[in-house]
Each structure stands twice: as C-alpha cells, then as structure tokens.
Design a protein around this ligand. Sequence first.
Ligand SMILES: *[C@@H]1O[C@H](CO)[C@@H](O)[C@H](O)[C@H]1NC(C)=O
Ligand SMILES: *[C@@H]1O[C@H](CO)[C@@H](O)[C@H](O)[C@H]1NC(C)=O
Ligand SMILES: *[C@@H]1O[C@H](CO)[C@@H](O)[C@H](O)[C@H]1NC(C)=O
Ligand SMILES: *[C@@H]1O[C@H](CO)[C@@H](O)[C@H](O)[C@H]1NC(C)=O
Ligand SMILES: *[C@@H]1O[C@H](CO)[C@@H](O)[C@H](O)[C@H]1NC(C)=O
Ligand SMILES: *[C@@H]1O[C@H](CO)[C@@H](O)[C@H](O)[C@H]1NC(C)=O
Ligand SMILES: *[C@@H]1O[C@H](CO)[C@@H](O)[C@H](O)[C@H]1NC(C)=O
Length: 387
Amino acid sequence: MFSNITLIEYFGCFGEAASAGRIDAEQVYIGQLAGLYEALNAGTTTSIDHAHHTWSDETPWAGLNASIDSGARVFWSYAFHEVANYSIEQQLVNYRDIVNAAPQTDTAVELGIAFDSFDNGSVGPETIASIIDLAKEVNVSVLTTHSGGGVYGNDNSSTTLQSLGMLNTSIPVVFSHALYVTLRDTTLLQSTNQYVSITPESEMGFGLGRPTSNMIIDQATLGVNTHAFQSSDMVTQARQAPRSNPTSVVQAFLLATRNGGLALRRPDLGVLSVGAEADVVVWDGTSTSLLGWLDPVAAIILHYNVGDVEHVLVDGKFVKRNHKLVVGDYGSVNSRFLEASKRIQEDWRQIPRPALDQCTSAGAPIVHPDQVDVTVGDGTGYGQLHV
Ligand SMILES: *[C@@H]1O[C@H](CO)[C@@H](O)[C@H](O)[C@H]1NC(C)=O
Ligand SMILES: *[C@@H]1O[C@H](CO)[C@@H](O)[C@H](O)[C@H]1NC(C)=O
Ligand SMILES: *[C@@H]1O[C@H](CO)[C@@H](O)[C@H](O)[C@H]1NC(C)=O
Ligand SMILES: *[C@@H]1O[C@H](CO)[C@@H](O)[C@H](O)[C@H]1NC(C)=O
Ligand SMILES: *[C@@H]1O[C@H](CO)[C@@H](O)[C@H](O)[C@H]1NC(C)=O
Ligand SMILES: *[C@@H]1O[C@H](CO)[C@@H](O)[C@H](O)[C@H]1NC(C)=O
Ligand SMILES: *[C@@H]1O[C@H](CO)[C@@H](O)[C@H](O)[C@H]1NC(C)=O
C-alpha cells in the first residue's frame, strides 16, 4: 500500500501511536506469525523485535504468543510508549504479568524491552527511571531503542544511555539506525561493547541518509525496518554493504550472522561451531542463481534469492525443509492473515494524510522532494496508488 508514503507521513498515519486502538489482537497475532514465517522462509533465524504492538492488555500477549508459536528465535522486546487509552503505568503492569507467567520458558523466545524516549520527550524522568529499573530487575535479554539524531531529533544515543547508567551493564543494548552517531557515541559503544543495527534497505529507500553510521561498522549488525516497506530478508540487507562501504563480502556475511549474535552478547548464535545453538541455514548451490559458485560467501551475498534457501533449523528443529515451511497448517495461517490484513487495509485507506509541520521536532525544515516521471506526459508513470 505504501508506495507513495514518506516516513514522516507513515508516523502520522500508521506508526505505533496512530495504530493504537485500530489493530486488534487477532490482527497482531496473525500478522506477527505470518511475518515471522516470511523471515524464516528467507533463512532469518533470529530477530530482535521492537514490539510496538503493545496497545492493550491483549495485543502484547497476541504478539508474544505468535512469536512462540512461530518456532523462530525472537528476542521479543515489549515497547513502552505513550499511546491512546493505554498508559505506560498499565504497560508496566502488563509486562510484569508477562514476566511472571513466563510463557516463553523452554522455547527459543526471550524477553526484552524497547523504549524510545530516553531523551525525556514528554514522559518525564520518573518514567524513564522506572523502565530502566525494571530492565535491571528482570535482567532482560536485550534493551533496544530507535536512535536517529541529527534532523530526526531525539538521539536515544549511547551517550544518553550512559548518562542514565544503562549502557555499561551486563544487559545488551541495541541502537537501531544510529544515523548520526557521534565520535563520543562511537567510543562509548566500543568501550562498553554495545551494537547498532543498520537497516540499509529502509535507510536508503527512505533517503534517511547515513552520515556517520559507517564509522561504527565494527560495533554493527543488520536489521530490517517496518516491513510494510521492504523485504525482511537479511541477505538483501547484507548485499547493500559491499558496494556502499569499504567492506568485503565476508564482512557483509558476518554483519548478517555473527555480529547479530554478538550484539545480543550471544557468541553461540550466528555461527556454526561445537557448543553453539543449532540455528542452521542450508542454501541450494544448484539453483539457477547459485549454479557454478566458487566462493560460497560471495555466491550468497551477491547472487542469492530467497528461493535458494533449502533448509532452515532453529534450535535444532526444522522450520523449513526441502524448500517448504514445515510449520503446521500454513494454509489456515494464510487465510487468517488475508482476512486480517484486508480489514487493516480497508481501515488504513480511511485515514487522511496528516498536515505536515514546517519543521521536524529537531527544528530541521521539511521539504518535498522533486517528483520525476519515467514516461513522457502528464501523470503517466506512477500507476495506481493504493493508499
Ligand atoms: C504522493 O502523495 C503526495 C501526498 O503526500 C501527493 O502530493 C502526491 O501527489 C502523490 N503522488 C502521486 C503521484 O499521486
Ligand atoms: C480511547 O477511548 C475513548 C473512550 O472510550 C474512545 O472514544 C477513543 O476512540 C479511544 N481512542 C483510541 C485511539 O482507541
Ligand atoms: C496467549 O497464550 C496464553 C497461553 O500461554 C493464553 O492463555 C492467552 O489467551 C493467549 N492470548 C492471546 C491474546 O492470544
Ligand atoms: C531529562 O530531564 C531532566 C530534568 O527533568 C534532566 O535533568 C535530564 O538531564 C534530562 N535527560 C536527558 C537525557 O535529556
Ligand atoms: C543476567 O543474565 C545474564 C545472561 O543470562 C547473566 O550472564 C547475568 O549474570 C545476569 N545478571 C544478573 C545481574 O543477574
Ligand atoms: C527517540 O525517542 C523519541 C521519543 O522521545 C522518538 O520519537 C524518536 O523517534 C526516537 N529518536 C529517533 C530519532 O529515532
Ligand atoms: C564499564 O564498567 C567497567 C567495570 O565494570 C569499568 O571498568 C569501565 O571503565 C566502564 N566503562 C565505561 C565507559 O563506563
């Protein structure tokens, strides 16, 4: 639907605050499940979910249940955020209920926390402190935050987290994007061994710019943004690296595999070795795109497509075998997903585009990019728009 949506319009119409109260537990459950199957099918075994579907007492459970049911390894990170009709106080109670019930015990799912307002925003210092205290008390498996900086305003940076006493503990902290990471942020990330997650497809597609994040490639891993806009396939993210950075295909491969494990302080993830978790991807070297391969890493990074993923195991269990997901009744998931997504698409079409301010919250002016048309004539090249 989103072929003509800028990120700023997305936030206003469809982002986590705008979606509160519009997406029900069934839609969250089946969207999460189908989305994780999409990732497993592509060979993505582990993800940190910045789970911002925390809009009521039910929707977080729906997303967590789907993560558990998917068979994927998910660091499901409950987002605390200011949304309509569900206060952060209520979210804190809900999270404690989930922690106490611990439905993820003995599965490949672990609990984390996601929070974007470390730079205060409107939440105030007490709320920030209560979230930090909770993370430490529960000893969450990961803490994650969107870190933009520059024209995007709030940095949620390593410098901020250090000042709050949350950077240099045993809890891994993952900073998404870190587009404007500073020298001080960089040295702090290195000295405390924390990671940023770069999402090349969305950062380039949205024109977010990456003024400095290439400077922190040694403390980086790869991610995908909201997959309303692009693939959720990690190799497609890694493929951007060899050309846009001075990195080799081997480094691109490590960004998508081993560094993801290291970002979680889990040296047993993203590697094949004795004692590691048995998360395994097997590519079919006789496929049309890989046929004739010599260097397997170069073949995957430069030539692979998702159809080449032959087997996927998570935690020693097959989730894809002989090119097919082996996840129970995928047909019924498929029809539930189509029903749920149709309702969301119809609802989303009713939402008017927001009136844009002159400036971002950081004070940068908002300008409208030129539109170009590949075919000659009036309004010819865009085709039908769906939202
Ligand atoms: C895309 O959306 C913008 C509104 O955000 C609108 O001004 C523009 O005309 C749209 N482009 C096309 C080709 O319809
Ligand atoms: C919040 O609750 C009020 C009162 O029940 C309701 O009118 C409003 O639509 C709700 N807002 C959202 C975003 O769910
Ligand atoms: C989630 O699963 C639990 C069982 O672990 C069940 O009691 C609960 O109803 C489910 N909630 C949702 C919203 O799916
Ligand atoms: C948050 O606000 C408090 C005062 O309300 C201030 O002391 C603190 O420096 C602020 N923190 C950040 C990270 O801006
Ligand atoms: C938190 O959990 C990690 C990993 O399970 C463990 O290494 C660490 O010692 C724990 N920290 C505390 C304070 O319990
Ligand atoms: C940091 O947190 C704010 C909320 O305070 C959020 O709106 C923003 O998106 C985050 N910053 C960036 C630039 O990612
Ligand atoms: C992090 O903590 C260790 C001790 O646990 C200390 O030696 C180190 O200087 C701290 N680093 C930073 C950047 O705070």
